[in-house]
Every structure is written in C-alpha cells, then in structure tokens.
Write a protein that binds this ligand. Structure first.
Ligand code: UDX
Length: 466
C-alpha cells in the first residue's frame, strides 16, 4: 500500500530492477547507468544491502533513510532505492571478509530480490528486466527462474573482461601452478600481456585466490544474460570489444561518469559511501594546472613506507597537493601531514577543476574513466587486480600517463610529477589527455556511441512492455 502511494508518479512506465554489490567501485557505475536509463523515461529501482543504506545516510549523500524509497525524478524517469539484509549483524566486522560475506548475502539476497520482484508484479508494476553488477551473479539466476530477462554491468575495462573470459574458458596460454613460467600471454584484440601485466588475481602466485573465484563466478552463468553492458566506450577499446564480441557481444555504455546536469543531484541520488570534505574553495584559490591530486580509491591500503615516501615526494615537488587518505592509513602519515590531507573528496568535481595538474591514481577503473573524461594526466600506481593492466593501457596505449614504480620512492614521485606537469615536459601526454576528454564526453553525449546503446536498450524494454 505504502509502496503504491510512493510510486504514484512512476506508475505505468517500464521498470528496471538493479542489484548492486556493496562496494563504492561497484555502486557508482551501476547508479550512473541507472541515471542514464531513468533519464530516458524508465523507472529504476536500485537495490543493495542495508549496510549500503547505512553508509549512504552517514555520508550525507543520501537523504533520510526513509526517503530513499521514494522515486526521485531524473530526466523523464525516476530512481528509487530498496535495501535488503546481507545476512550479517549490523556491526559485524566479518563483513570485510569475502569468504563470510559472499555466501551470506547470496542466501538473503536471492530471497529478497525474488520477493521484491513479486511485490512489484502484484502491485501492477512488473519488473521488465533485472541488471546486476559483478559479485552478485545470483541475481541473474533469480531473474531467469522468474522468467524475467537479465543483464549484467561489467564495471571494469573490456580488456580485463576479455582476459578473465579467455582464462575461464581455457583459451590462451596463461601461467598456472604447474607451469608458472609463461612470460607473456597473447589474446585476441589485446596487446601482448607480460605475466606481470595480467590482472594479479590470475597469477599462480596471487595472494588473493578467493577474489579470483569471486570474479570468475560471474562467468559461469553469464550466458543467461540478454545484455552484457560494459563501462567503457567503443572509441577507447575498439579492438578488445570487437574481438571478445565474436564470443560474447558486449555493449559499451560508458564512460559511466556523473552526467554534468546531475552534478548537483538532489540528495539521495548520490552514492557516496564516505563523507566528502569540502575542498572546492581551496582549489578555487590555487593557480591553474598547479595541484597534484592523489587518491587510491575506496579499498586499497598502502604501507607506512609508501605513505612516507609519497609524502616527502609531494613536498619535494613544491606544488600544492590534495591528498585523500582514508581511515586507518591516516595513522601511517609522517608527523605534521594529518592537517594536509582529506578523508574523501568529491572526486569528479576535483578532477574537473582547472587547478588540477595531474592525478596520482591506483588505476581503479572508475578513477581511470573519470580522469580520462576530465582530461587529466595520470601518474599510475597500480597494486592489484585490474589496476595492473589498466596502468599498462593508460601509459602505453592511451598515452595519458607515466608509471610510478612500486614501492614508491620520494625521488621517483617527484620525477613523475615533473614528467606529466611541467611546461617543457609532458606535452604529448597532455595533448592525448585532451583528445580522450573529447572522445569520452562525445560517447555519452546525446547520440554518441554509448548513448545510442543505452537508447536501444530502453527502446527494447519499452517495446516489450507495450
Ligand atoms: C574497486 C577496485 O579496487 C578497482 O580495481 C576496480 O576497477 C573497481 O572496484 P576502487 O578501488 O574503489 O574500486 O576504485 P575506483 O574504481 O577508482 O572507484 C572509486 C570511486 O570512488 C570512484 O568513482 C571515485 O570517484 C570515488 N572516490 C574516490 C571519491 O568520490 N572520492 C575519493 O576521495 C576517492
């Protein structure tokens, strides 16, 4: 009853249900896809776990928790949220342990998503399609069992999708436990990948074996998906996209960055899980192209030595810096630095600010696309998973950055900042960055390559319904 009242305005329009894993790097691209689909006239219900609601409310990005269920207008459509239990008590610290979280959320999530689908059908607002992001592949099974078409949104690059896909299907000669000495792997549509350039979870020496399983899990049922969307764009990864599409057609819908008109989204439609500190006024006061922006995303933790070297390297660069240092890492800073760093930034706004000269990044795929869209040169400092091949592409293929070798030293840090941002050097990098900014913006602008793919999906859903 309450739900029906709340959904009064959104009644009678096609309804897409999205299911997100509880991570910033997962929620951001799915929510941004939700906005683009809603803007074209659909109702999108985005569901995730209670933990996410809690974090959205605490970060101020969401309105009051009770308000998140109400449909918010976005363009010609609406977005609303629903949440379900991840099966763990509210303050359970084991939530960080994927071996505990994944099976728990699978059990409660399957039931909850089926229930949500049933409730909406009974209320005369049937779900036309279910879309999930990685780590919750069971959502696709639930949709299939209930006779509803499903789609998935891959949140990393097409090159990385292809690498995992070929590995999962035993295509390509990868290093294995029995045969670890494979120097490089040749895969269709990709440059030769040296062993140390592969997603690290695939290496026989990987310390993160559970993550390999979690990632590959989604390739087991991906054939059930009617649409495999990918957060990339045709112009960026043409060869990888075309080559993998011979086996499994992927639909580029990116870069999924915040649409400019949504930058001042009404509360409740932003998906920040951390509370951003206000740094825009400080940026306004800096010279154009002067600031070094440093952030390693939402998960990565650097060592004390790395933090110290970065800190002194930044000082030696004699440039203003804006450095995001989350939670526990703050205690690893050298004395006196605590006041010079922030806990979380409004990253897209920061990258778009004319004062920013370069971005020291861990190469998470969202950060990568956000920086490409903003045309900001990068200093890559990849640590694990897809970050490693992303760095290779940024430096060698897209031509927009230089790599800072790990573990970072202060001299190297200083040298990298000079390499991308001083007048005499880095000219080619800045030129390429400006070109990618144009291409990225065009792909998601009206009638751009990715916009057309989203429109085609919306048309398909709308026609199915009528
Ligand atoms: C994870 C993985 O680590 C990454 O390798 C994978 O590609 C995606 O999932 P994460 O490490 O959090 O993601 O990095 P990233 O993909 O860059 O996502 C971080 C998001 O948080 C970005 O959208 C970024 O804009 C946002 N962010 C980050 C902020 O809004 N403020 C910050 O201070 C830092």
């Amino acid at each position: 009853e309450e739900l029906s009242m709340e959904l009064g305005n959104a009644h009678g329009i096609p309804h897409v249900l999205m299911v997100s894993f509880a991570g910033q790097g997962h929620l951001n691209p799915l929510l941004r896809l939700a906005k683009r689909i809603a803007a074209k006239g659909l109702l999108v219900t985005l569901c995730s776990t209670h933990d996410i609601r809690h974090r959205m409310v605490n970060s101020d990005s969401g309105a009051a928790a009770s308000d998140l269920g109400a449909p918010k207008p976005v363009g010609r459509g609406f977005i609303r949220f629903e949440f379900f239990s991840d099966g763990l008590p509210v303050d359970d610290v084991r939530r960080k342990d994927l071996d505990v979280l994944m099976p728990a959320v699978r059990v409660t999530g399957q039931r909850a998503v089926a229930d949500i689908i049933r409730r909406h059908a009974e209320a005369g607002r049937p779900v036309s399609c279910v879309i999930n992001n990685p780590f919750v592949p069971w959502a696709l099974d639930v949709a299939a069992e209930m006779g509803i078409p499903g789609g998935v949104l891959w949140v990393q690059s097409a090159a990385v999708f292809a690498t995992y896909y070929y590995y999962h299907h035993g295509l390509g000669k990868f290093p294995t436990e029995e045969n670890p000495d494979v120097a490089a792997v040749r895969l269709p549509g990709l440059p030769l990948l040296k062993q140390e350039e592969l997603p690290t979870f695939l290496l026989p020496t990987s310390e993160y074996k559970p993550l390999r399983e979690v990632i590959l899990e989604q390739f087991r049922n991906i054939n059930k998906a009617a649409w495999v969307f990918a957060n990339t764009f045709h112009e960026l990864e043409r060869e990888a996209i075309e080559a993998i599409s011979d086996r499994i057609p992927i639909i580029p819908v990116g870069p999924l960055v915040e649409p400019p008109e949504e930058k001042s989204s009404p509360a409740g439609i932003r998906g920040d899980l951390f509370k951003a500190e206000d740094c825009m006024e400080w940026l306004d006061a800096q010279e154009p192209h002067s600031v070094v922006y440093v952030s390693v995303g939402s998960i990565l933790v650097l060592s004390k030595e790395e933090m110290e070297e970065m800190a002194w390297g930044l000082c030696d660069s004699h440039r203003p810096f804006l450095w995001v240092v989350r939670g526990d890492m703050r205690s690893l800073l050298p004395e006196g630095f605590l006041d010079a760093v922030i806990e979380w930034s409004p990253q897209e706004e920061v990258l778009a600010h004319p004062a920013v000269a370069c971005f020291v990044t861990h190469c998470g795929w969202n950060s990568t696309l956000e920086a490409l869209t903003a045309g900001v040169p990068m200093i890559t400092y990849p640590q694990f998973g897809d970050q490693v091949p992303d760095s290779k592409f940024l430096v060698e293929v897209f031509g927009v950055g230089v790599r800072l070798a790990a573990p970072a030293t202060r001299e190297q840090m200083k040298r990298c900042v000079e390499a991308v941002s001083t007048k005499q050097r880095g000219e080619e990098i800045r030129k390429r960055a400006a070109e990618w900014k144009k291409a990225a913006t065009a792909a998601v602008a009206e009638d751009g390559s990715s916009d057309r793919h989203i429109q085609a999906f919306v048309d398909e859903i709308t026609n199915k319904r009528s």
